[in-house]
Design a protein around this ligand. Sequence first.
Ligand code: XMP
Length: 483
Amino acid sequence: MGFRDKFKNADHALTFNDVLLLPGWTTIEPSEADVRSRVTRSVELDVPFVSSPMDTVTESEMAIALARHGGLGVLHRNCTVKEEVEMARMVKRAEALIIRDVVTVRPDATIDDLLGLMETKNIHGFPVVDGDGGIVGIVTWRDFRLADRTLKVEDVMTKDVITSGENTTLEEAKAILHEHRIEKLPIVDDANKVRGLITMKDITLKGTYPHAIRDELGRLICAAAISPFDIERAVALDEYVDILVTDVAHFHNKNCFDAVKKVLDKVDAEVIVGNIGTYEAAEDCLTKLEGVAGLRVGIGSGSICSTSVVTRAGSPTLYATTQVADAVNDYGSDATIISDGGIRNPGDIAVALAVGADCAMMGNVFAGTSESPGRLVALEGRYYKEYYGMGSAAARQKRFAQDRYSQPSKTISEGVEGWVPYRGGVTDIVSEFVGGLKAAMGYVGAKTIPEMAEKAKLALVTERGVQEINPHDILLPGPNRKT
Ligand code: XMP
């Protein structure tokens, strides 16, 4: 083959900006569209939105907020194993029908100890147990908040603690909590040992967030990022999370495949692998890695990516999704497709779903919310939140995510650092994106997300067309003023 032939059947690596959804015959109104989807074989989402595992995007607060709204946050891995496990633990403890890993204290602990525990574990009430583990009381924030720090737990605890047996139903627990006007009900076995805790807060939260995605114990679904090479992290997280997501820029790599096989052998959590961007990569994941639950797709499209600038390598998210979706269909696989990178608005998600994605992963969009860990800064009278790529110098300083990129690039950044406009709470973003997505589904005439893939037709837009599609010939207010 001559070098000139390299372009002969070359694909156009299309991006979201290059296409439009064609309006189709519709029998539904946008409000009737159903945006439920899945993120892995077994985890269903109420909204098809996932936040990126980046240290300016997803820590426990984001993961809790998104899961409560029916989406999913993937905890970042740019921290110690202990820190990531602690984030996962907080997500799992945020809600539960019954808390199983109950933190208990001894009667001779001091109030100072309690305050420390409260701070590190974010818990406000503790069953008190004796040396044999039998319950002897309960101590809550109300009992010790004004107490002298040197006092002992036994001096302030409630001794005639109300408990209930292991077969207590939620309705019975509710009645007991109400009858005794208490907030926490320890569940004990025949030997009076604490086996669980039911709280009024959890019962109330269940009603407050009816769209939340929960496991069979009523806890929020939790996902966390790992390096395929960090078995220790994967095993430690496995105790708390439902989903592990590999977090490398180019997963179609022998070393990554060999490493992730060991992870798949060791963990119970479902494993999403990526990022990948070609048919061949998807084919290899589906045929060589048994048990993969999902594929994270797109290379170089992220708003903070400089991979394709530095290396001229990449597979834009839209193009990558079409490639991977073809492989998934050809192999009759039920692995999911998570389109990741470059998504700015609900229309981009609609396009991703139209070419076979199950859901969309976003960094930039969620980085601007109150729940992201990035710093809030004021610039020229407006609020922004810090946002940087995991391959940027800022992220790499922490060193934990350095193996996201291949060896030689350790000396060169593949991401940039900056600020994104502050956009309010996750609640607002989710409802704005659901509204936009439903409107797009209305134009296509798709009632469900699988119908988007079946029915949606796409057209290409020229470079000049992009100008016409965006607001034009008008003076716009704000910092991005243009005519
Ligand atoms: P958005 O467009 O939502 O993209 O901000 C987020 C996704 O970008 C990827 N990511 C990076 N890619 N260099 C890259 O080439 C980086 O430094 C970097 N950091 C994150 C990642 O897939 C994320 O979900």
